[in-house]
Ligand binder design. Structure first.
Ligand SMILES: NC(=O)c1ccc[n+]([C@@H]2O[C@H](COP(=O)([O-])OP(=O)(O)OC[C@H]3O[C@@H](n4cnc5c(N)ncnc54)[C@H](O)[C@@H]3O)[C@@H](O)[C@H]2O)c1
Length: 427
């Protein structure tokens, strides 16, 4: 047992720890708030000065963290763009983005940059946790050698672990605190320290034996969703060809009390996780000469769904003797899922692009996304009124936001294609 580890654990128990968060986005900010509410002092570091200025002025840019909630931690939370201040925290969680490159390979450049910042001020007695979703091996292959190049030794002088974030934006029941958190350290001491540091802020911690296991837990969770969504999306195509109602089939199957888990078809996958993370694993395995067939197939099926739904719009218009070219199409919802404002990877963007490529005039309504930019163009949400609905030759429901009045849509739409099965039956 190392004395440095014991000291850090004792500090955590006294809430005498300064916690650093690198990357104050959808994941980092809610974590910062939870840690501060548990009694720690929190220093948030972000490279985006607008984010930092806003937070220091009490303005949250993340929907799940209200300004009021940010206000409750004002005396324990500071944000900075000054990386040299990363010497102050005893513990640092790295929550930076992990996107894909143009060729769908992992882009770990944000992790590398964040690691460089942490390395420059690394000191004895610090614990570093990576939270960003990434391929198995990242913590040991990228962070460990960089941090040990300082001459400090992992598990002795400093501690290093992977602990995947499981934030589900917009989820009213599960947040950072009450979602169990997995922890895998480079050494047993690293795990012991990390568990003690998170313990005051997280209700339930789940230790695993290595950083690779912890990295894979997150990828299994997201691959599980991607594969099952791919399966029901394929079932939607199958049912369409057979003239069967896929939702009726799924609802009936879901009455089986064991051995079935309900997933719903839709317009395709969106967000920063499910469409992206499985590719991190597929890429890693390609390097080991193994093809992850389930991942690849689910990815293909899910990314083809916008094409399927645009074809449904074309068929519906055709049924009324109209072409897609020149038709007014109103897209309802552009966020990638219900009740959030995030449009990253949203299938709505593909649907809009495909419709426009076929000559449709596309407008959209989204109560959470007043405007967005895509391909250097600015799109603005139109109000949802009987007039705007009636003006559309076809309405396509992409996101089932609870703020959208689907009864009104049903009453006034001349033609509707419903990717979410939320339009009420004739009324
Ligand atoms: N959003 C989710 O629902 C979710 C859920 C679970 C896990 N994750 C994972 O968590 C990680 C972070 O995702 P996010 O959604 O919070 O991203 P985000 O884009 O919302 O926030 C990331 C923040 O990091 C900052 N940043 C970028 N590079 C930096 C650097 N070198 N140093 C300091 N700050 C830097 C950015 O300015 C931004 O504010 C990703 O790996 C993601 O896959 C996301």
């Amino acid at each position: 047992m190392s004395k440095i580890a014991d000291e850090l654990i004792a500090k955590a128990q006294r809430r005498d720890v300064v916690f650093g968060i690198v990357g104050l986005g959808y994941v980092g900010l809610p974590l910062a708030v939870e840690l501060a509410q548990a009694g720690y002092r929190v220093l948030g570091y972000d490279v985006n000065p607008r984010v930092v200025e806003g937070l220091n002025a009490g303005r949250s840019h993340v929907k799940d963290v209200s300004d009021a909630r940010l206000g409750t931690i004002r005396d324990r939370f500071t944000a900075t763009t000054d990386a040299t201040r990363l010497s102050e925290p005893d513990a640092i969680s790295i929550c930076v983005p992990t996107p894909l490159s143009k060729f769908k390979d992992p882009d770990v450049s944000f992790i590398v940059a964040a690691t460089e910042s942490v390395k420059r001020t690394l000191r004895r007695g610090q614990a570093i946790m990576l939270e960003s979703t990434t391929y198995p091996g990242t913590t040991r292959e990228i962070l460990l050698p960089a941090l040990e190049s300082t001459g400090l030794k992992v598990g002795v002088d400093f501690f290093l672990a992977f602990s995947p974030e499981r934030v589900d934006p917009g989820n009213p029941v599960y947040g950072t605190r009450n979602t169990p958190k997995v922890v895998g350290g480079i050494t047993p001491e690293c795990s012991r320290v990390t568990m003690a540091l998170y313990q005051p802020a997280i209700d339930s911690l789940v230790p695993v034996s290595t950083t690779e296991a912890a990295e894979l837990v997150k990828l299994l969770e997201n691959t599980f969703r991607s594969v099952n969504i791919g399966l029901v999306n394929e079932m939607a195509i199958v049912c369409d060809k057979l003239g069967v109602d896929v939702w009726e089939v799924i609802e009936a199957a879901a009455t089986k009390p064991f051995g079935f888990m309900k997933f719903l078809p839709g317009p395709g996958l969106g967000g920063h996780c499910i469409p992206i993370d499985p590719h991190y694993l597929a890429w890693k395995m390609r390097g080991l000469n193994y093809k992850t067939r389930f991942i690849d197939l689910a990815g293909e099926l899910n990314t083809e769904m916008p094409v399927f739904w645009v074809r449904k719009v074309a068929e519906a218009l055709n049924g009324q003797g109209r072409a897609v070219r020149g038709a007014n199409v109103l897209v309802l919802g552009v966020a990638y899922k219900r009740d959030i404002e995030d449009i990253r990877e949203s299938p709505a963007l593909d649907i809009i692009r495909l419709l426009e490529q076929q000559g449709a005039r596309v407008s959209y309504h989204d109560p959470h996304v007043p405007a967005f930019q895509e391909d250097e163009r600015e799109f603005r949400s139109v109000p949802l009124t009987p007039a705007t609905i009636e003006a559309a030759d076809c309405v396509i429901v992409v996101t089932d936001h609870s703020a959208i009045d689907f009864h009104q849509v049903k009453r006034h739409a001349r033609l509707a294609v419903d990717t979410r099965h939320v339009l009420p039956p004739g009324d």
